[in-house]
Each structure stands twice: as C-alpha cells, then as structure tokens.
Design a binder for this molecule. Structure first.
Ligand code: ADP
Ligand code: TRP
Length: 321
C-alpha cells in the first residue's frame, strides 16, 4: 500500500500537529510504503518566499526527521527537487474546469479573510493534484480541510483518463477518525492562527510559560476536581500510559492539589516525552548537511517514479521530449 502526504513548511510545530498528524505518519511507516514531501511551492501561495522560505523548509525537514520520519522506510524529499510535478501541474490545468477551482473552500475562505488572491492561491489544488497523481498513491492522509483538494485531484484524474485511458490512479483520502482535536491553552482547537499553542521544540522555560496559561476552572485547592473537561488533563492524557493516567485522575478526585500542580506535572511529562526527539534534533541541527543528503536521496527515489510516469503522460498527450 502506498501512502503519500505533503507537509507545508509553516514554522514551529505544536503538539496538535504531532498527535493529529506527524505521529500517524511515523506509525504508518511500519506497515505502508510511505512518501512524504515538504510542499515548498505550495507555501509560496500564502506569501512565503526568499530566505525565510529556505529556512522554513530546512526547519520542517529537520523537525520531521527528528520526530521519526525514517529515510530508510519513507521516501522524504522537497517538492521543488522533483520538477516533473510542475510539468504535470500544467498538463493537468488543461483538464481543470474553472468552476472546479472556484468552488474550492480553502480558496474562498482565504479570499473572504481578505487575503489578496493571486493565481498560485487559485491554482493550488491543481499543483496538489499533480503532487498526488504523479506518484499513484492508494491513500492520502489529510486533515478535514484538505478533503476537497483530494476530491479535486480525483475529478481531474477522471477527466484526464476519459481522454487518454487509465493512466492516473484515483487516490482515496484518509481521515484519522479516532484522533481527537488537541485543545489549545484556551480550550479551542490548538492552532498557530489562534495563538494558543504549545510547541514541541520550544525552550523549557517558554513551554512552562505556555502551559501555565492553560485555562482551568477556578476550584479551591483542597476541593476535588473534575478531570474529564479539564484542558490540562486532556493535554496530559495524550502523553500518558494507562497507569499514569489513572494516577492523575486520582489526584484530581482526591483534592488537595490545584491546577497549578497539574500544570507542572504536564510540563515534566511533556519534556520527558520529547527528550529523545530533542536529542536527535540537536544532532540534525548540528549536521544540516546530513539533512540535505537525506532530502537529495529522497528526491532521487521520488524521481525514479516520477520520470517514467511523466514519460507515459507526455507520450499520450503528444508532448514531444
Ligand atoms: P495550524 O492550525 O496550527 O495552522 P496546520 O493546519 O498547519 O496547523 O496543520 C497541520 C496538520 O496538523 C494537519 O494535518 C492538521 O489536521 C493537524 N492539526 C493541526 N492542529 C491540530 C489539533 N489541534 N489537533 C489535531 N490535529 C491538528
Ligand atoms: N495542501 C496540504 C496542506 O496544506 C499540503 C499538500 C500539498 C499535500 N500537496 C499535497 C497534502 C499532496 C497531501 C498530498 O496541508
């Protein structure tokens, strides 16, 4: 089974990203042939560019490798290192009705928010279709907001295949139903846009500061406390095994400790959980050439699939090469 996903290089990763997406990707490596790339061309559509984009690309690659993307199990590369994707993007544009893109929620939402639309924002789903269709994956794991983009890729592939035969594989999207939305410090969904994040690789002091901001019910120290709806508990349970979780529940029920104590406990648990990943990251930060080498090898492996696919596509579409 081939699984493919793209990751926007959008900055510091938070624990919502980790439990909602990165961990599934890392776990998928055990049983699937996984393909993951840093979508740096896509990042340009929201205004990223220049030195900042280059830095974000390396940062994201470093962070994903540190968190368990294993280059011996996954093909991991930077989108722009496999140029065939741009060629396919153009060819697929000829099979993309304007109406299909005009109906894209993500584009409409961004325009409604006042982001001035440029062509890359509008044609974003066509590039995403090229990313997917070039590699014929069975499954594309995505967040809910990206389902429509995978459907657009299927529509484009169908139009192409109707004209030229069964060449492009229709991908299925996959949503992890049992992955809960990780709450942010204010109890809403944790998201960069809401400024309520706890980052994975923050400094210890900053992490503690963010954890101390978690909103909790005002209950006197000696009183028993509810844990089910407590933001601190709901975050802690992501990190804890059964036994430790029951211990924590008992501390809530017993009373005599305030939410401040549970916050300190959460900070410790989280710091320990990511310890090994931090060490790996330290290594990669000091050896950025190793990261570049891994990405180049990944791009070579991805090209071995992309090139013959493009040859086939050029041949049927009459593009001489
Ligand atoms: P953000 O909302 O911070 O901008 P992104 O949209 O870049 O995050 O999300 C990247 C990935 O992380 C997506 O697959 C998304 O579903 C997942 N993700 C982000 N925030 C959460 C969260 N609070 N809970 C679960 N998954 C999340
Ligand atoms: N649009 C995706 C996102 O913002 C990133 C992405 C680009 C992607 N190309 C892809 C995801 C191909 C899956 C498959 O999260």
């Amino acid at each position: 089974m081939r699984v493919l996903t793209g990751i926007q290089p959008s900055g510091d990763l938070h624990i919502g990203n980790y439990f909602g997406s990165i961990k599934q990707m890392v776990d998928a490596q055990k049983s699937s042939h996984t393909f993951a790339f840093i979508a740096n061309y896509h990042a340009m559509s929201s205004g990223n560019g220049g030195k900042k984009l280059a830095e974000l690309t390396m940062q994201t690659a470093t962070d994903f490798l540190s968190l368990g993307i294993d280059p011996s199990k996954s093909v991991f590369w930077v989108q722009s290192d496999v140029k065939e994707v741009l060629e396919l993007y153009w060819i697929l544009s000829a099979f993309t009705p304007m109406g299909l893109l005009e109906r894209a929620h993500s584009y409409k939402d961004k325009v409604a928010k006042g982001i001035s639309a440029n062509h890359s924002l509008f044609s974003y789903p066509v590039l995403m279709a090229a990313d997917i269709l070039l590699f014929s994956p069975d499954i594309v794991p995505v967040g809910k907001d990206q389902i429509q983009h995978v459907e657009i890729a299927r529509d484009i592939a169908t139009k192409f295949n109707n004209e030229y035969g069964d060449i492009l594989k229709l991908p299925e999207f996959k949503i992890e139903e049992n992955v809960a939305t990780v709450p942010g410090t204010d109890g809403q969904k944790m998201s960069k846009s809401y400024n309520n994040c706890i980052n994975i690789f923050g400094e210890e002091k900053k992490q503690l500061k963010a954890i101390k901001k978690i909103v909790t019910e005002p209950v006197a120290l000696e009183e028993p406390k509810e844990y089910e709806n407590c933001n601190v508990y709901n975050m802690a349970k992501l990190f804890l095994e059964e036994e430790a979780l029951i211990d924590l529940q008992n501390r809530y029920k017993r009373g005599g400790e305030g939410h401040g104590h549970f916050k300190l406990y959460l900070a410790d648990v989280m710091w320990e959980y990511f310890r090994e990943y931090r060490e790996t990251r330290e290594h990669y930060l000091n050896h950025q050439d190793e990261v570049r080498e891994i990405l180049k090898n990944g791009a070579n492996k991805a090209s071995e699939i992309a090139q013959p696919m493009m040859e086939k596509i050029r041949s049927v579409t009459g593009i001489l090469y």
